[in-house]
Write a protein that binds this ligand. Structure first.
Ligand SMILES: CC(C)(COP(=O)(O)OP(=O)(O)OC[C@H]1O[C@@H](n2cnc3c(N)ncnc32)[C@H](O)[C@@H]1OP(=O)(O)O)[C@@H](O)C(=O)NCCC(=O)NCCSC(=O)C[C@H](O)C(=O)O
Ligand code: MG
Length: 301
């Protein structure tokens, strides 16, 4: 895995597609899709009386077919009564990560960490957390901080605006005006602890222009990618959260410049009339790593 100078390896998470675990037709499609990650949902997209069926379908599905990128299973909330069985099914299905919904405090993460430790979960199994309630937003920095003490298990936040709108009464206005401060709080909390951050779903999957505008907004706020609900959203998310060729060229020039023997001990250099410091080298290494992953992905698809 390519490693840059931040807390986690660089992973491609431009497009994170959710699929209801009990939808056989949709499940059959996901391994052929170009999403960087797939969330197999056992939570809100599955009706309460279909949870058992969804778990069984998911374990069977992942035993015979894997998505090209990361496989993530969204379990039900702790107080739902479904959590224990979801966790057991998830361990059997061997995903790359578990996504915990409605995380509100560090204790929610700790409870999941304890369960994984007690049940000999593989070390490489990661935890993702949905931040989608008022308490989740308020406590986002403390929740993210548990990433530092979780031995690297916690590595990604996903924002859930449907739940947040429901809990706060903030309507779905174009531009997400009154939600932006909370989106930025989650982003800052994630970055403060070296986590990735995924922007919320866009429900109107036939509104391509509205979706593209929201992708651009999420990217400009610093998000790594977007949670998606429909295959029609994948290409735009990959494009928007992908890399800009000119920026990659510049990143490679910065890396090459700092690799010159005459710049070995220098903190700051002049690159074509611009001041470039080692902090820019860190950014350049991360961007070049992302570009390399995209290139490799293209070469093998
Ligand atoms: C929203 C949908 C119910 C729409 O489904 P459908 O009516 O089937 O749409 P289409 O006819 O346009 O579908 C065309 C084909 O594509 C397949 N399809 C659709 N969606 C997916 C998908 N997500 N993954 C894979 N394949 C998909 C259909 O099966 C059609 O193929 P075929 O059947 O062969 O004709 C549906 O898109 C859907 O269920 N989306 C995901 C819903 C979901 O996962 N919800 C949970 C995540 S949202 C969330 O988490 C909110 C958050 O918590 C918050 O609080 O904000
Ligand atoms: Mg939700």
């Amino acid at each position: 895995m390519t490693r840059a100078t931040h807390h986690h390896p660089v992973r491609l998470r431009r497009s994170v597609l959710s699929v209801p675990a009990d939808n056989q037709r949709a499940l059959a499609k996901v391994s052929a899709l170009d999403a960087d990650a797939v969330i197999f949902d056992l939570e809100d997209a599955v009706a309460p009386d279909r949870k058992a069926e969804a778990r069984d379908a998911l374990v069977r599905h992942l035993a015979s077919s894997r998505p090209t990128g990361e496989a993530i299973i969204r379990v039900n909330a702790a107080e739902s009564g479904f959590r224990e069985k979801d966790f057991a099914a998830a361990l059997a299905a061997r995903p790359d990560a578990l996504l915990l919904p409605k995380v509100e405090s560090p204790a929610d993460i700790q409870a999941a960490l304890d369960w994984l430790a007690e049940n000999d979960a593989p070390e490489e199994l990661r935890l993702w957390a949905m931040i989608e309630t008022p308490r989740g937003i308020i406590n986002a920095p403390a929740i993210a901080e548990t990433g530092r003490t979780s031995g690297g298990r916690l590595d990604c936040f996903v924002v859930g605006l449907n739940d947040l709108r429901k809990e706060t009464g903030v309507p779905a206005l174009p531009g997400r005006t009154y939600l932006v401060p909370w989106l930025m709080q989650v982003l800052l909390a994630a970055r403060g602890s070296g986590l990735d951050a995924i922007d919320a779903v866009f429900n109107d999957f036939r509104d391509a222009a509205g979706f593209a505008a929201e992708c651009r907004q999420g990217r400009d706020m610093g998000y790594d990618g977007k949670m998606l609900i429909h295959p029609a959203q994948i290409d735009e998310a990959n494009r928007c959260f992908g890399v800009d060729e000119a920026a990659v060229e510049e990143a490679r020039a910065i890396i090459a410049a700092f690799a010159q023997p005459e710049n070995a001990g220098r903190g700051v250099i002049n690159l074509h009339g611009r001041m470039v410091e080692r902090l820019h080298l860190d950014q350049a290494v991360k961007l070049a790593a992302k570009a390399d992953i995209i290139e490799r992905r293209k070469a093998t698809s």
